[in-house]
Design a protein around this ligand. Structure first.
Ligand code: BGC
Length: 742
């Protein structure tokens, strides 16, 4: 019989509860260890990956379209959307239900019959707000609606720089400046992901036009790319931590982006230490080797020549350790993002959406994004007008939306749908010109109940002039429709609208033009009109937003996120070969065109400053119904540079200003670079001090040889102002020489 010493008794007593505690704790611990939320996403992903067979891993690495396309029906369970990757129920891995995109949850081909969503203004309109909080709220709407409709991956986060003013997708991106696009892009992504939905920054990279998009090669100095197109992605990734990155259709420096070792392995995964996954654009994969070159997942596989990341990849993984290691890394990246965003812990639940609240966000974005370009003699806001002529642009019925995969059907349904002749999506389905049913005329009637409205569709200039002649003011609505997969031929207004403006302006000196447009417009008629509003594609509450600006219920505060050139001769490449031709998939081996980005990182206003060109309207320009002054710029230099200045509302109504800080010279040369901005709301007479901490990369140049950012020590000149051209005198600051890791 064992005998216990008295001294051992307390220890035994203590041991009993400890063991019981341990039993209780292990009973609580999840059976699946990766479901332990106290572990970090990398550890959870590693535990889950270790439990997977090769076949299960491969399942996660390729997906079909999420709706019937090219005769292939989606797998059971797909919700009817852009993409679908089956889940692995035995391990609790959810299917990836992927939906487009940046201006709302789309419903392509009406695959989910009648399922509309909040139609947000174009991303370029969001950029024109220069308002980080609104960009974040925009993301919240996207994420919230995606989650409540059952999606866990949102293909939203377009940050390609607006290098080509004719590009059919400019409205899906955030303008020409890397700081503005990258910062707001990060805010949108953060908003989406806070709802437990992965956001996908795209299209990586240098995918700045639609002409020949499936084959064209963009040649760019690598350092210049890091300072421009890639910097926008880098900032968006740092700010938003997107779970995935979508590589693009085009080639960069000779190689398709979805198999571009430099872009995917060196820049993204090594230099930026990006931990998430790279998914392909739909039909952008050309071989299984892409796996070794940095691609993690093949999307929309029926659009490719083969399912490269299915059996073929499995076969490679069985026989080649490099592929085996990659398959593990690819899976790890996908699972890690799903854990880090919350897509596994908080799976989507189909539930009611507060569309009224989201419509308010949509309207706010539209209002703050509308840019008052011209307002001669303070014609706007409309005051005491009795007779208003409204001409053109379908303004009685709605506002224009952009076309392509991002097109979002509003919950109220499409106002007007006109199939576009000669522009088709994959499979021959025509792209459709859509007007959201948000009527500017109805909103104006409501805001100005004592005015009489005289309408004309603008088809015949003489008839439009006849209607305008006796009115107190004539408002001409003009539209420029743009779509994914086809660029604009030029920056003019199509369908004779310029003649209508000219005729109306000749008949009535109080003519205002409202643009509903993709991006920059040329304006041979500008001197003839007194007012111009850039309303972009203003979304499902666009009519109300335009009326609120015209009537002064809302003081305009949008600023151009892109330079408006006087004409295309000012562009680094005045000619865009085949512009206006829809992009078609070439047969393998077809020769491709190379487009040389000789302007390097001098995109948009930087190019205009470098060449001494005078644009029609500069980047950053936008008027208000009040005026602002900027003063007392003080700079602090050394190792980290910051600026402080005062902004004052010197007018008589409340308004919002966007003071902008620019670099005007480095120790080596004159430059123009946006260094910072802030949106400030001020009452009449009110002043606010603004402090901006400058990201050192904006002062630096990128040395590809040394693989580092280099700040030359010496004097830098910085100015504050209201546009890239409207600057106060520069101040000088001494900055230390610095080398920074990419
Ligand atoms: C577009 C992507 C989109 C995808 C899925 C592609 O054609 O380039 O932006 O996310 O289709 O719809």
């Amino acid at each position: 019989m064992a005998v216990c010493s008295l001294a051992a008794v307390p220890m035994l007593l203590a041991a009993v509860p400890a063991a019981a505690q341990e039993r209780a704790a292990s009973a609580k611990r999840p059976v699946q260890p990766w479901m332990d939320r106290t572990l970090d996403p990398d550890r959870r992903a590693a535990l889950l990956r270790a439990a997977m067979t090769l076949e299960e891993k491969i399942t996660l690495l390729h997906g079909q379209m999420g709706r019937t396309r090219l005769g292939v029906a989606p797998p059971a369970g797909a919700l009817g959307s852009a993409g679908y990757v089956p889940g692995i129920p035995r391990l609790g891995i959810p299917a990836l239900q992927e939906t487009d995109a940046g201006v709302g949850v789309t419903n392509p081909d009406n695959a989910r019959p009648g399922d509309g969503a909040t139609a947000l203004p174009s991303s370029l309109a969001t950029a024109a707000t220069w308002n980080r909080n609104l960009a974040y709220q925009n993301g919240l709407v996207l994420g919230d609606e995606a989650w409540r409709k059952g999606f866990n991956v949102m293909l939203a986060g377009g940050v390609n720089l607006l290098r080509e003013p004719r590009s059919g997708r400019n409205f899906e991106y955030l303008g020409e400046d890397p700081l503005l696009a990258g910062t707001l892009g990060g805010d949108i992504i953060r908003g989406v992901q806070s709802k437990g939905v992965v956001s996908t920054v795209k299209h990586f990279a240098v995918n700045d036009q639609e002409t020949d998009r499936y084959s064209a090669n963009f040649q760019i100095d690598k350092g210049a790319a890091r300072e421009s197109d890639l910097l926008a992605f880098q900032l968006a990734i740092e700010g938003g931590k997107p779970g995935s990155v979508m590589c693009a259709y085009n080639r960069v420096n000779g190689t398709y982006t979805c198999e571009n070792d430099w872009l995917l392995n060196q820049v993204l995964k090594k230099d930026w230490a990006y931990p998430g996954w790279v998914m392909s654009d739909w039909g952008a994969v050309h071989g299984v080797e892409a796996a070794l070159l940095g691609l993690d997942q093949q999307s929309g596989e029926q659009l490719d020549d083969a399912v490269w990341f299915g059996d073929r990849l499995a076969e490679k993984a069985r026989s080649d350790p490099r592929y085996r290691a990659r398959v593990d890394d690819m899976v790890q990246r996908i699972l890690r993002s799903l854990f880090s965003v919350g897509a596994i812990d908080r799976p989507p639940v189909k539930s009611a959406i507060d569309y009224a609240a989201n419509a308010t966000v949509s309207r706010h974005v539209a209002e703050e994004g509308i840019v008052l370009l011209k307002n001669a003699d303070g014609l706007l806001p409309l005051k005491g007008v009795r007779h208003i002529a409204v001409i053109g642009g379908m303004a009685e019925f709605g506002v224009l939306a952009g076309g392509g995969s991002s097109y979002t059907a509003a919950i109220e349904g499409p106002g007007i749908q006109i199939p576009a002749m000669g522009v088709t999506a994959t499979g021959g389905v025509p792209r459709v010109v859509i007007y959201h049913p948000s009527s500017p005329v109805a909103a104006l009637r409501q805001a100005l109940p004592n005015a009489t409205f005289h309408l004309n569709d603008g088809s015949y200039p003489s008839a439009a002039a006849g209607v305008a002649r006796d009115a107190d003011v004539a408002i001409v609505f003009v539209t420029q429709w743009a779509t994914e997969s086809r660029d604009l031929v030029d920056l003019s207004l199509p369908n004779g609208q310029e003649a209508t403006i000219a005729a109306v302006a000749a008949a009535n000196p109080n003519t205002v033009v409202v643009l509903e447009h993709a991006g920059p417009i040329t304006m041979p008629w500008l001197d003839k009109v007194r007012g111009v509003l850039a309303a972009w594609y203003p979304g499902g509450r666009g009519g109300e937003a335009i009326a609120n600006i015209l009537t002064g219920r809302v003081n305009p505060s949008g600023r151009l996120p892109v330079t408006f050139p006087a004409d295309l001769e000012q562009h680094p490449r005045p000619e865009l070969k085949s512009a206006g031709q829809p992009a078609v998939r070439p047969k393998p081996g077809t020769p491709f065109q190379t487009i040389n980005y000789a302007e390097g990182s001098d995109v948009g206003y930087r190019w205009f400053a470098r060449e001494g060109l005078k644009p029609l309207f500069p980047f950053g320009h936008g008027l208000s119904y009040t005026s602002f002054s900027h003063s007392n710029l003080r700079l602090h230099g050394g190792r980290s540079v910051s600026a402080t200045f005062d902004v004052t509302n010197i007018g008589s109504v409340e308004g919002q200003d966007v003071p902008q800080l620019y670099l005007t010279a480095t120790p080596e040369k004159s430059v123009r670079r946006l260094l910072g901005f802030e949106k400030v709301r001020l009452a009449p007479g009110e002043s606010r001090q603004v402090t901006i901490k400058i990201d050192p990369r904006l002062l630096a140049s990128y040395s590809e040889n040394q693989n580092e950012w280099l700040i030359a020590g010496g004097s830098y000149f910085i100015a504050v102002g209201s546009s890239a051209d409207g600057l106060q005198p520069s101040e000088k600051v001494k900055v230390d020489r610095l080398m920074l890791h990419p």
